[in-house]
Design a protein around this ligand. Structure first.
Ligand code: XMP
Length: 315
């Protein structure tokens, strides 16, 4: 039987003995990196810096949530507001893969700068057993980095520390509960964040629109799941389309923007089926998006494709 208390005691002791300099970790608020940060913080305190990069592409309230969590846990952290840099890198980019690349590269630059300024010698990562076991041969370089914006280059000349290397997800959750880290039941969220939910250029305005729309989708579907009218889908969000369509405003015809709603059921994201969201829930979402948002959205559509042939995200 896995004993989180014994694990924490032994691991903190080991980390204290092995980390002789300063260490840095990139945290996005996920369970694995947060637990890793708390363990290392217990071992070396202010010689750790947990860095949260605010890319300007996060969901509504996300940065504040992370700040509150780190404050509560007493971890030594720094929130770096790099949104200006990210939007500059995304200017004029409309190709999905180039957008991903721009975000990934910018993330690395910002993090490297932090590591240098802090004088870090160690890089802490929240790698867990499935991250390397599922990669087939357990070879380290296929880990997380490939699907996460937080993927960091191997030539950073920092020594890797991976305190959760041997743990499985349920064990990490047990350690999280023991350490008082809230295990978020939030849906999966892509590394490139809201940038890939704007079809076309992601800029502060377009990301702001999709952020509001995503928040409305989350609020309404989660409320409907709480009151029992449906089961919470596996993933659910809004996408801002580069399509203007005609509508009526007062007694005039006017062009407005289009938001697509996506909600899917899946187990592993490899395949997915669109969720059978009740019409009245969809209607509430549509009304709120067109009435509450000051974004000139006059049309809301629901995506009824499965994966394959579609993907879950639109980019
Ligand atoms: P797709 O759209 O390929 O998505 O069906 C499958 C799952 O992966 C997420 N996703 C990403 N996650 N970086 C990530 O970390 C990405 O570039 C990325 N693209 C898609 C998506 O949200 C879904 O859960």
């Amino acid at each position: 039987m896995f004993d989180p208390r014994a694990f924490v005691e032994e691991k903190v002791d080991e980390l204290r003995r092995t980390i002789t300099g300063k260490a840095i970790i990139a945290c996005s608020g996920g369970v694995d990196s947060t637990v890793a940060a708390v363990l290392v913080d217990r071992a070396i305190g202010e010689r750790l810096r947990a860095v949260y990069v605010d890319t300007g592409l996060m969901r509504k309230g996300e940065t504040e949530e992370v700040r509150r969590m780190f404050d509560r846990l007493g971890v030594h952290y720094r929130i770096v507001d790099a949104s200006g840099e990210f939007f500059a890198a995304l200017k004029g980019q409309v190709d999905p893969e180039r957008k991903r690349k721009a975000i990934g590269e910018r993330f690395i630059r910002v993090f490297e700068r932090e590591a240098r300024e802090f004088g870090a010698e160690y890089l802490v990562q929240g790698t867990i057993a499935p991250d390397w076991i599922e990669s087939g041969d357990g070879v380290r370089d296929t880990i997380k980095s490939h699907h996460n914006v937080g993927g960091l280059p191997k030539d950073m000349a920092l020594r890797l520390v991976e305190p959760l290397w041997d743990l499985y997800k349920d064990e990490v959750r047990a350690v999280a509960r023991f350490l008082g880290v809230e295990v978020s039941e939030r849906q999966p969220f892509p590394g490139p964040a809201l940038a890939i939910r704007v079809i076309g250029e992601a800029n502060p305005e377009s990301v702001g629109v999709v952020r509001e729309a995503c928040a409305i989708v989350e609020e309404e579907l989660e409320a409907a799941a709480r009151n029992g009218s449906m089961v919470r889908p596996w993933q659910y969000f809004a996408v801002l389309l580069p399509v203007q369509s005609v509508g009526v405003q007062g007694d005039r015809r006017a062009y407005g923007r289009t938001i697509a709603i996506r909600a899917v059921e899946s187990v592993d994201a490899m395949t997915a089926a669109f969720s059978r969201v009740p019409y009245d829930v969809l209607e509430r979402i549509s009304l709120r998006i067109t009435n509450e948002m000051k974004a000139n959205v006059n049309r809301v559509v629901y995506d009824i494709t499965n994966k394959p042939p579609a993907t879950i995200e639109w980019e």
